[in-house]
Design a protein around this ligand. Sequence first.
Ligand code: SF4
Length: 335
Amino acid sequence: MNSTRTPLYKVGQIKKHFPVLGGILRRTKGYVKALDGVDLEIFRGETIAVIGESGCGKTTLGRMLALLDKPTGGELSFDFGQGLQDVTTLRGADQMRFRKKVQMIFQDPYTSFNPRQRVGAAMDEVLRVHGVKDEAERTVRIMEACEMVNIRPEYLQRYPHEFSGGQRQRLAIARCLATKPELIIADEIVSALDVSIQAQIVNLLLKIQRETGLSFIFVTHDVAVARYVGHRVAVMYLGNVVEILPADSLPEAAEHPYTIALLSAVPSMNPTAKEQRVVLQGEVPSPIDMPSGCAFSTRCPAVMDICRTERPVLKISNISKGDHQVACHLNKGAK
Ligand code: SF4
């Protein structure tokens, strides 16, 4: 995106290392580096689709951005309207203000609803927690949100188990919308749904974005969904973003060897696609014992000596330039 614009949310070298305990005394033997220095900027009104294999850290990144987990290091800054402000140290009312602005939707919405509470009451409770004291205002907000996701008002009297997976996901989206957020983090929200329902939910999000100008971070393992829903796609590999590029430039513009391999694994209607498929050799490194240079160096078909000692950083692509960043020693960076 345009570097002269102020991002809504800025992620700077964010890290999340989980200690690995061992021995009789349960001492720390090492760390699982779930996130190891992620940089990302999210702008108003855009959707960033975050893709990568399972275990690459995309869900951890989503939870970190929603402040559901505390980062081990790095910076998270959000623009409440007066410029970027550090949010990792927010407490009490300030943290609640952030939670109202940044909402998260999970893969299984059933677990985020109380099975013994009617869905209307659950939505009402969220608004009360976020300080909407006036009952009439809460009702109006809930009705507006339900209308946006095509849920009939009488459904609010039902319990979560009375809905299909797709309807529950719509209700989860409505519950977020009622708080009037600026950013929604959607973590694999269509993965468990039938393909036709997936398309309905994805199109619903696109419609909501057109109408409200909301920003989305859409975490998915499905490259086709990422291309369809995202303005930009961020590709993750072992706790790092290795490439960020416009969604409509995929697959042709992909430069990072991992992105190319990932995209080549997507089934294609093209009969020659099989010949173009990149089959990766080598072992996926353990997140407890990462290589010192590029994390992809153990599998990369283009590996060079420098890759084993020096970690590449995200730089603007010297080929595509503009909105395209690549963390690879093959990319010399735009002049
Ligand atoms: Fe491959 Fe080296 Fe680029 Fe890593 S930095 S992706 S090992 S060429």
